[in-house]
Design a protein around this ligand. Structure first.
Ligand code: NAD
Ligand code: 0WE
Length: 260
C-alpha cells in the first residue's frame, strides 16, 4: 500500500547509494511515491541513473544549484515529464574544504562564507522560487540539516553558520508558503553518517564513535532511518507539521550521559 501513493517528488542531492538523499528517495518510493532524481555533474550521472532504476524512476535530470540557469534548466526538463508535482527534497551542502578544518576565525573568508551560504542555504529558497506553481498547493519541501546549526562543533565551522541560515530559511519559507498555498516546509537534522560529504573530513570515524557513545540509543543513524522520517514529514500524515526541525540522531541532541 503506502502512505505516499499518488505523490510525485523531486529529489536533489543524490551522489551515491550512501547519500542521505538516496535514503529519502528509497523510503518515499517504498511508500508509493513517484521519484525524479537530479545529479550535480556529468561524472555523477551514471551512479544516479542506477539509483533511479532501483526506485523505478526514469526521470534523471541535471541540477547544479550554483546558478539560476542551472536551477531553471532543472524545471524546464522536469516539465517534459511532469506538469506538476508535490514534493522537493533538498539534500545539498558545500563549503570549500579548507573552511572545514581548524580554527573558525582563521578558516573563514568572505568568499567561503558566501559560497557555503549560497550552495547550502539559498539554494533551498531558489528551488522553491524556480518551481513556482509547478509545485502543487498542499505540497511539501524538506531539507537536511545538522546539529552544527545550533552548537559550535569543531571543524564544522562555516557550514554550521550556513545550517543556522538553512534552519531559519525553513521557518521563513514555511511562513511564506503556508497561508495561501498550504505548502509545508520542514527539515530533518541528521546525526553523522559516512557519506561522500563526510569522506575526507578529519577524524570522521572518531566523530561517529563519539556520536554513538553520546546518544540515547548508543548507536549512529542510517540513511534509511533519515529517509523514513523524511517520507513521513513530506506525506499527508504530517499535514499539521510545518517550520519544524526534526532530529534523527539516536537522541544525541538532548542526551547527557552524565559523569563516568
Ligand atoms: P552526499 O555527498 O551524498 O550529498 C551531498 C550532495 O550535495 C551531493 O549529491 C552533491 O552533488 C550535492 N551538491 C553539492 N554542491 C552542489 C551544487 N552546486 N549543485 C547541486 N548539488 C550539489 O552527502 P550527504 O551526507 O548525503 O549530504 C546531504 C545533506 O545532508 C547535506 O545537506 C549535508 O549537510 C546533510 N547532512 C549530512 C550529514 C552526514 O553526516 N553525512 C549529517 C547531517 C546532515
Ligand atoms: O554537512 C556536512 C558536510 C557538508 C560538506 C562536506 C564537504 C566535504 C568536501 C560541505 N562541504 C564540503 N566540502 C568539501 O570539499 N555534514 C553534516 C557532515 C560533517 O562534516 C563535518 C562534520 C560532519 C558531521 C565537518 C567537520 C565536523 C563534523
Amino acid at each position: 500500500m503506502g502512505f505516499m501513493i499518488g505523490k510525485k517528488a523531486l529529489i536533489v542531492g543524490v551522489a551515491s547509494n550512501r547519500s542521505i538523499a538516496w535514503g529519502i528517495a528509497e523510503a518515499m518510493a517504498k511508500q508509493g511515491c513517484e521519484i525524479a532524481l537530479t545529479y550535480q555533474t556529468e561524472k555523477l550521472k551514471k551512479r544516479v541513473d542506477k539509483c533511479a532504476a532501483v526506485c523505478n524512476s526514469s526521470i534523471v535530470i541535471a541540477c547544479d544549484v550554483a546558478t539560476d540557469e542551472g536551477i531553471e534548466q532543472t524545471f524546464t526538463e522536469l516539465k517534459k515529464h511532469w506538469d506538476n508535482f508535490d514534493i522537493i527534497v533538498h539534500s545539498v551542502a558545500f563549503a570549500p574544504r579548507e573552511a572545514l578544518d581548524g580554527n573558525y576565525i582563521d578558516a573563514t573568508t568572505r568568499q567561503n562564507f558566501a559560497t557555503a551560504h549560497d550552495i547550502s542555504s539559498y539554494s533551498f529558497t531558489a528551488l522553491a522560487k524556480a518551481a513556482g506553481t509547478m509545485l502543487n498547493d498542499n505540497g511539501a519541501l524538506l531539507t537536511v540539516s545538522y546539529l552544527g546549526a545550533i552548537r559550535a562543533i569543531p571543524n564544522y565551522n562555516i557550514m554550521g553558520v550556513a545550517k543556522a541560515s538553512l534552519e531559519a530559511n525553513v521557518r521563513y519559507m514555511a511562513a511564506a508558503l503556508g497561508p495561501d498555498r498550504g505548502i509545508r516546509v520542514n527539515a530533518v537534522s541528521a546525526g553523522p553518517i559516512k557519506t561522500l560529504a563526510a569522506s575526507g573530513i578529519k577524524d570522521f570515524n572518531k566523530l561517529l564513535d563519539y556520536a554513538a557513545d553520546s546518544s540515547a540509543l548508543k548507536r549512529t543513524v542510517t540513511t534509511e532511518e533519515v529517509g523514513n522520517a523524511a517520507a513521513f514529514l513530506c506525506s499527508d500524515l504530517a499535514s499539521g507539521i510545518t517550520g519544524e526541525i526534526t532530529y534523527i540522531d539516536s537522541g544525541y541532541s538532548f542526551y547527557d550521559k552524565g559523569p563516568e
